[in-house]
Write a protein that binds this ligand. Sequence first.
Ligand SMILES: CSC[C@H]1O[C@H](OP(=O)(O)O)[C@H](O)[C@@H]1O
Length: 347
Amino acid sequence: MPKLKTMTLEWTGDSVVFVDQRKLPLEEVYVRCTTHEETFAAIKDMIVRGAPAIGASAAFGYVLGAKEFDGNLNSDEGIRYMESVKERLASSRPTAVNLFWALDRMHKKFLNRLSSENIIDILEEEALTIAHEDIEVNKAIGKYGAELLRDGDTVLTHCNAGALATVDYGTALGVIRAAVEAGKKISVYADETRPYLQGARLTAWELMKDGIDVTLISDNMAGWVMSQGKINAVVVGADRIAANGDVANKIGTYSVAVLAQRHGIPFYVAAPLSTIDLLTPTGKEIPIEERSHKEITHVQGMQVAPNNVKCYNPAFDVTPWNLITGIITEKGVVRPPYDVTLKKLFD
Ligand SMILES: CSC[C@H]1O[C@H](OP(=O)(O)O)[C@H](O)[C@@H]1O
């Protein structure tokens, strides 16, 4: 009996199993990780992706690392080994702060309780707590966000900030789910989100499975759709929110925010407090991951560009705080000045 099983991942006690999100929606293939190195690879290769999902996955990877150690974890060697496990998992992807938040939390628990005989059980419990908390947090985000949407609204979203980007339920899609659960008729326009196509492959798939009205568009259609008056609000996820409210999210989010402002459409970011990084002052300091050029030159393995063409593939961009109408968190919706209101969330 798995100790935790959701659409995104399953914790069995000695492995973490992911649905391979690279293969969705055409194939549901599962990948079992029994070591921290395999979990590192699953995050790096985007078998599992999405800021909160990455954080929870790394937490389970940390537990697997502790289980691998052949010796006494309560020793200098054991402490050095767990520091190496933390650093290895932290090196999988640089932008989503949830990864570092979860690993810091796991490592703090390890250092505080390493003399306990059942340290591995304690670490497993902490990873499960992180996972279960994520689901509850997403439902709270959904509740607050749903209050911003009216019956009959059409929402545009970018990338996938759904159940597959979290342990379950989703952040931006959690807002849409909660509004529908509250009885509101909500339609969604989903950007396909080149180059990795999280919108086409994951968001459209999730919403159709839930019976929520979704229209898939290519990224370059967002402006035209807005100019036709089809969109009432934009709701997206986040990978890291800086102390001043600048938001790093999937590449293309910034363009959507500019278009939303141009058309007088409210632009909301849905994210848990674990995505807010008060130690990063502004978006300028957020590390932006660059990924393989093959993600641009190939679509699902089919080459669509000339051999050796020069490419630039930033996986994220930064939306300045002054383009963001509100940030929907599990503690409510915060509005500018974010350098003040975000800090208050942690009082
Ligand atoms: C709920 S966070 C989802 C966030 O993560 C995605 O990035 P990636 O698919 O590269 O992990 C994207 O930025 C989403 O908004």
